[in-house]
Design a binder for this molecule. Structure first.
Ligand code: ZN
Length: 242
């Protein structure tokens, strides 16, 4: 079983709960689709967790900003403030780990990245038109992505792109004649109206994917953000998941 985590965003209470769930499963590999840090108050703990669990991670836009690959001007004021704070709260080891993350991974028969195949760090796949263009321009069967914090999938079936919402979780079997762009949602800052932590479990042999939503102590993560002196909006948005 491959565990798929994305957009943890320094939310350790959410990551801890997901980690407990993963311990119940036969997880052989862990893939982390970027934005381990940013917004939340525990970036160092989250990076250490990924390292300790041998996570194969790709670079997200928040990592890119922390290591100087993406200018701060790319971000909105809230994110900018969080990135500056995060840089000051990461160890030299963790910054070094983040600085060498690849833009994408082609492994286990799937493509893994944060944004999109055309721009793995920056582009958002958030509608059918973008998904369609990517299906036509790039060769892949199943591509897992993150970045939007919305659990959903785009399927290219018989020339038509359809969107499958996964905000309540979901399960499907990959069909060899259909192509897929799949976002298993965000662990630490969902933006699809469901505040529960989201992650994926993939059985590559059976070609089966489960997207899980689990509750975690949102209050604890919010309190950490406020105590850390990060913008309070970053705490409140965790409850409403916008
Ligand atoms: Zn993100």
């Amino acid at each position: 079983m491959i565990a798929i985590l994305s957009d943890i965003h320094a939310n350790f209470p959410a990551l801890r709960k997901v980690s407990e769930e993963l311990e119940k499963e036969k997880v052989s590999s862990l893939v982390v689709l970027g934005d381990i840090v940013g917004y939340g108050a525990k970036p160092e703990d989250c990076v250490q967790w990924v390292v300790e669990h041998n996570g194969e991670a790709v670079m997200g836009n928040h990592e890119a900003a922390c290591v100087g690959r993406l200018p701060l001007d790319w971000f909105n004021p809230l994110a900018k403030e969080a990135i500056s704070w995060t840089k000051r709260h990461l160890s030299t080891f963790s910054l070094g780990f983040l600085s060498v993350l690849p833009d994408k991974i082609d492994k286990h028969g799937f493509l893994w990245l944060h944004g999109s195949p055309s721009n793995p760090i920056e582009e958002y796949i958030d509608n059918r038109e973008v998904a369609q263009e990517i299906f036509y321009r790039f060769q892949f069967w199943v591509c897992f992505f993150g970045h939007t914090h919305v659990a959903e999938a785009y399927l290219l079936r018989e020339g038509k792109v359809e969107r499958v919402p996964l905000l309540a979780g979901g399960e499907f079997e990959f069909n060899p004649h259909t192509r897929y762009l799949v976002n298993c949602g965000s662990v630490g800052q969902p933006r699809d109206g469901n505040p529960r932590a989201s992650f994926g479990l993939l059985d590559p042999g059976q070609r089966k994917l489960i997207v899980n939503r689990i509750s975690y102590p949102v209050e604890e993560a919010a309190d950490e953000i406020i105590t850390a002196g990060l913008p309070e909006t970053l705490a409140y948005r965790l409850f409403a998941a916008w």
